[in-house]
Write a protein that binds this ligand. Sequence first.
Ligand code: SAM
Ligand code: SF4
Length: 474
Amino acid sequence: MKFTPQKYSIVDERMKPFIDPLEICDYLKKTQSSKERVRDIIAKSLSKQRLNLEEVACLINANTPELIEEIKEGAKTLKRSIYGNRIVLFAPLYIGNKCTNDCQYCGFRISNKNAIRRTLSDEEIIKEIESLEDEGQKRLILVYGEHAEYSPEFIAHTVRIAYSVKKGKGEIRRVNINAAPLEIEGFREVKSSGIGTYQIFQETYHPEAYKIYHLKGRKADYGYRLTALDRAQEAGIDDVGIGALFGLYDWRFEVMGLVRHTNHLEACYNVGPHTISFPRVKDASGLNLKTNYFVSDEDFTKLIAILRLAVPYTGMILTAREPASLRNEIIQYGISQIDGGTSIEIGSYAEKSGTEKNLNRGQFRINDDRPLNEIIDELLEQGMIPSFCTACYRIGRTGEHFMEFSVPGFIKRYCTPNAILTLAEYLIDYAPEQTANNGWRVINKTIEEIEDEKMKISIKNKIELLKSGKRDLY
Ligand code: SAM
Ligand code: SF4
C-alpha cells in the first residue's frame, strides 16, 4: 500500500535538479530559531506531520542547551509513543571488495594497495549464510564494491543464494543490498531476485565537496549517483534507503540534503525512502582524510533527533560503526534498526572467533563487535523487543513505516505481535537460558499491556504453535 504525501507538482519536481546547494545554504543562513518557533515545530512533528526544509533548518540552528534538550526529548517521545519499544536487527554480509573507485574515506578504494581483495565464491557465501543462520539472523544486507564483476546478474545470483540456504531451523527472510548505482535494466534484474531494500548513500550532498573525495571511476559522477534511486524507482524498486557519510562536509548541510532527497522521492514516486542511514567516517586502511567536518557525539545525537522529527515515518539505521555505549544511548532518539553480531572482514562469519582483525581486510573499523546474543541481552535489559520481523516485506506492503505512523492501530495490530513472534522464535531456537528467561519476561509483560483481549489470545496461541514446532507465523 502506498500513501499520499504532501502535495508537490510532480512535473516541476522532476524538471529541476533536486539538490540546490544555494537553496539549502540560504535556509541555513536565514532561518532564526526562537524558542516558540522550535517548540511549535516539535509539536507539529508530534502531531504526525512531517517537517519542511525551513522547519528543519530552524531545528538545526537551535543551539542553546535548553532547546537541544527539547529537540532530543521530542524525538524520544515520538519514538516511544509511536513506534513503541521494538528494534529490528540485521547483519551486513560483504560479498566482495574489488572496486574501481577511489573514495578517499574507504579502505576498498582502488588506490589502497594494502587492501586484501576478495570475492566470495558461491560455496563461501553459503558458509557465511549458514553461520549467520546459526546465530539466529533472519535479515541481511549484502554489500559489494563497484566493479565489473559485480554485475546485476551477479548481484541477483548472490541474493538468490542467500534466500536458498536453510540450515536447521534457520532461514534468511529478507535480503537488502547496498551496491553501486545501476542502469534501469540492471535494477530490473536485481529486483527479480526479490531484494528487500536497495540502499545507497550519497556520501555528501554537496557537489563541490563530493568532487574532493571521489577522485576516480564511475562514482566520481555526483549526478549519476544522486539519480540512482530515480532509476531504481523506474525499474519498480520502490523500497529504497538513503544515507550520507557524516564527516565529509558540514553535518547541517547533509541533514538538509537527506530531507530534500526524501521530499523528492515522495513527490515523484509517492513513496519516501524506507530508511535513512547516517554513518560517521571511521578509521580505514591507510586512511589519510583531511577534513574539518568530523561530527562530535553531541552533534551526532542532535542530528539524529532532528531527522527523527523531520521524517517521522522513515526507518532510521544506526550501525556497528558506533561503539556500544553510544548506540545504547542514541537508540532512544528514534532508531528503528541496528545491526548485531557484525563482522565485516570478508568471509569472517564462517571463521567464527578465529577472525583476524586486520584493517586491510575490511572497509573500515567497526566499534561494536558484540555477538548478536549479547546485543539482544542488552536490549531486553532496557525493556526493548529485539525483532526479526519481515512480515510487511513478504506480504508486499510498501511504506510500512508510514503505515505504522499513520494508520490508527497498525502498530498494535501488526507490528507488536509480529515483533513478539519473531523474538519468541529466537528464544526457542537460539537463546541461552538466561536470555530466554529475560526474553519471555519482556514478551509476557508486553502481552499483558495489550488491551485487546482477542489480540492477546491470538498471540498466546501463536506462541504455543511456535513451541510445538511451527515457524514463521505472522
Ligand atoms: N561500493 C558501494 C557504494 O559505494 O555505494 C557500497 C558502499 S560501501 C560498501 C557502504 C558505505 O560505507 C559507503 O556508502 C560509505 O558511506 C560507507 N563507508 C565507506 N568508508 C567508510 C569509513 N571509513 N567509515 C565509515 N563508513 C564508511
Ligand atoms: Fe568502492 Fe564503495 Fe568503497 Fe567507494 S565506498 S571505494 S565505491 S566500496
